[in-house]
Design a protein around this ligand. Structure first.
Ligand SMILES: [Zn+2]
Ligand SMILES: [Zn+2]
Length: 720
């Protein structure tokens, strides 16, 4: 049969977990929509929103089953560059092409129902609006409050206040607001004088402003990386190009956003999962139209449409929240680098504790290294000390108490880091040795005293605290170890006159609680902060003079080869909280293994030489980033189903240049009632690994055993 006889079709990405696109005919009486069009298509008994990825000719055999596209919703909505990016990602990360719909379109555009594009004009308060009685319309009052400072862009106003566009329309109808053309924003406020290294880093970015150039900005904590981002961004904006700033989930604080806006003299458009669908849509549309010149986003923002990007910045590039843990398991930082390459623009990856991946790329001359080796302004690096815990009883260490007292007496603030929520990680019977374990996971339940319950931190299951041992009925249940809740209790007992604040997911109801607390702490009164990772990351707390990490020992003996890297990053980040103001800082590391070589290396207070040593070990062991690694994970209620699938898959995946190891049980072999196994796929060449996986994917889907287990590939996995 000749090619001309096969009907022309649109290849459509449909949001289903199958490894293929679906062919559709043009809508009745119309021509085929171009690639990038948002379309409504029949799928099984449903109608779904899909994206045209390509045009082509149908397989002649399938001709009679082809259905037409029901409606073209937005022709050519997604630019070719974005389609290319997704195509590459789907292949590299081995996710279903249908994920393109989820990654490229905000939620509001994935719906079957049509959406209305909001008017792009600005909006201003009228005289009537200024005087109107709005005590019974709190939403309107909130909008007015924002508009009292002057006219604002409509989308920005809605995004800031979280109000729906219906509220604004009502106010417009009532004559309380009117549409206006916006004037230019006020000129950018100058930042602090940059030091020589900061100026050199900005100059390096600007020299490469017209081409792809990945740069690692490695600056010790407090060295003023953000000022480098902002100075470079300002110059790129002057060239009338867009700037995309990606930050970890936890880093998108209002404080950072206000600082960006003030320094750049630009509205910063936000894009992250805490926003409503309307807010995300507003940013998406403003970005696509080029109206959003500065976008600050978490990892999903890497797929935002930007017609004219000039610079991409990834702050805290080592942070694991850039890696998506389900669905399309992509790494936001790595996709950002690819995006910069496709767009031909520079990309700046910043961190005080760079990932070994990025250092490896520096070593191979793929990334340029820009260094900020000293703290900006008057602040100096804190003094380090390792406190030997051998032989000291449980509870607060005497050396720690002495240091805390000293710093508090001198008017300083104290930060204690412990990476465990709850009261105690283990509840045990003193008579028979019974321990409270999760029935669905291979894990202990954590005792939460405030909630009087036991919680599994892996699957989320909960049960009430048992009054006595379920095995032997003894009332002698003892809580072993300490989480932040217990640590807070011990600290309050020992320092009854000092305010103690606990910072973890249980204590902080939301982002606003946390932000309020940070404001209070920045007031500078002596206090003690007890918290988890939430507290360790990137917050500027100039009053903190003593920081301590209380539990490093577990990470020293972890089965995960990435554990030492994460340990070093956490320790350096916590240490970096101390002494950022004008007073000298001190950092303490508490351990029962002071002689451990990792701690000795860390104890020298130099993350970078520690990281180079770790990288050398990885190279010796041929582990990532010195080799390419992917996991094929499978889980099932019956262990055999997961294992059988992996065994069968192993036979297909093995090939020249690819080592297939397993099936092995996952480090947590049971979770949420599922037995978990994995295959390790390792290769010297990334391309070989990715090609092999993508060639095998359709066949794996067709195997009988594939239907008896849940499974997925994780390329460049961060968790084992
Ligand atoms: Zn017992
Ligand atoms: Zn569990």
């Amino acid at each position: 049969m000749t090619r001309a006889a096969a009907p022309a079709v649109a290849r459509v990405a449909v949001p289903v977990p199958l490894p293929r696109l679906f062919d559709y005919l043009a809508p009745a009486g119309q021509s085929l929509p171009p690639a990038g069009s948002r379309v409504l298509v029949p799928f099984g008994r449903r109608r779904v929103v899909g994206l045209v990825m390509d045009q082509g000719h149908a397989d002649p055999a399938a001709g009679h089953t082809l259905k037409p596209i029901e409606r073209v919703l937005d022709p050519g909505l997604i630019a070719a560059g974005q389609l290319e990016l997704i195509d590459w990602c789907a292949r590299y990360y081995a996710f279903a092409p249908g994920e393109a719909v989820n990654l490229l379109l905000p939620g509001a555009l994935r719906r079957v129902r049509a959406f209305r594009a909001p008017a792009p004009a600005g909006v201003a308060l009228t005289e009537a609006g200024r005087d109107a009685e709005l005590s019974r319309a709190p939403r309107q009052a909130e909008l007015r409050e924002r508009l009292l400072e002057g006219p604002l862009e409509r989308d920005k106003l809605l995004a800031d206040t979280g109000a729906g566009s219906d509220v604004l329309r009502r106010m417009e109808r009532q004559g309380l607001v009117r549409g206006v053309e916006l004037e230019q924003l006020p000129a950018a406020r100058p930042g602090p004088e940059l030091n020589a290294e900061q100026r050199a880093a900005v100059a390096a970015v600007l020299r490469r402003r017209r081409r792809f150039a990945p740069m690692l900005l490695a600056g010790v904590t407090g060295s003023g990386k953000t000022e480098v981002y902002l100075a470079a961004a300002r110059r790129i904006l002057d060239m009338n190009r867009q700037v995309l700033i990606l930050a970890p989930e936890i880093g998108l604080t209002p404080q950072l956003v206000r600082r960006i806006e003030a320094r750049l003299g630009e509205a910063a458009w936000l894009y992250h999962s805490d926003l409503s669908e309307g807010e995300r849509l507003a940013t998406w549309q403003a970005a696509r139209a080029g109206r959003a010149r500065v976008v600050v986003a978490t990892r999903s923002g890497v797929f935002l449409p930007l017609p004219d990007p000039g610079l991409i910045i990834v702050d805290e590039e080592h942070d694991s929240s850039f890696k998506q843990a389900e669905g399309a398991r992509y790494h936001g930082r790595d996709v950002a680098v690819l995006r910069a390459r496709l767009a031909g623009v520079p990309i700046l990856l910043g961190s005080a504790t760079p990932s070994l991946e990025s250092l490896h790329n520096v070593e191979r001359d793929r990334y340029e290294l820009l260094e900020l080796p000293r703290r900006a302004g008057a602040a100096r690096q804190p003094r380090w000390r390792i406190l030997d815990q051998r032989g000291s009883p449980a509870g607060l260490d005497a050396g720690l108490i002495e240091a805390m007292q000293r710093h508090l007496d001198e008017g300083g603030q104290v930060l204690l880091y412990r990476n465990r929520r709850g009261y105690a990680p283990v509840l045990m019977c003193s008579e028979c040795g019974w321990q409270a374990d999760c029935q669905r996971c291979d894990a202990h339940l954590t005792f939460h005293r405030a909630g009087k319950n036991l919680q599994c931190h892996h699957c989320g299951s909960q049960r009430p605290q048992p009054p006595r041992c379920p095995e032997c009925a003894s009332p002698g249940l003892i809580a072993l170890g300490a989480g932040t809740e217990r640590l807070e209790e011990a600290v309050r007992e020992r320092f009854p006159d000092v305010p103690v604040h606990r910072v973890d997911r249980d204590a902080m109801g939301g982002k606003h609680d946390f932000e309020r607390l940070l404001e209070q702490v920045r007031g500078g009164e002596p206090c003690i902060l007890v918290g988890t990772q939430m507290l360790a990351k990137g917050h500027h707390l100039p009053g903190v003079t003593l920081a301590a990490v209380l539990d490093v020992d577990q990470a020293l003996f972890s089965a995960d080869f990435r554990a030492p890297e994460r340990l070093g990053q956490t320790v350096a980040q916590v240490a970096g909280r101390a002494g950022r103001g004008d007073r000298a800082g001190e950092f303490l590391l508490l351990t029962r293994h002071p002689e451990h070589p990792l701690l000795e290396a860390l104890g020298r207070g130099d993350y970078r030489s520690y990281a180079w040593a770790l990288l050398e070990e990885r190279v010796q062991a041929q582990l990532p980033p010195a080799s390419a690694l992917a996991l094929l994970r499978a889980e099932a209620h019956e262990a055999a189903a997961a294992r059988d699938f992996l065994r069968a898959a192993s036979g297909r995946l093995a090939g020249r240049g690819i080592d297939v190891i397993g099936p092995l049980p996952a480090i947590m072999s049971r979770r949420g009632g599922y037995w978990r196994f994995q295959l390790w796929l390792q290769a010297e060449s990334r391309a070989a690994l990715v090609n092999r996986i993508s060639a095998c994917l359709p066949a794996l889907h067709d195997m009988d055993s594939a239907r008896r287990a849940r499974w997925h590939f994780d390329v460049d996995p961060l968790e084992l």
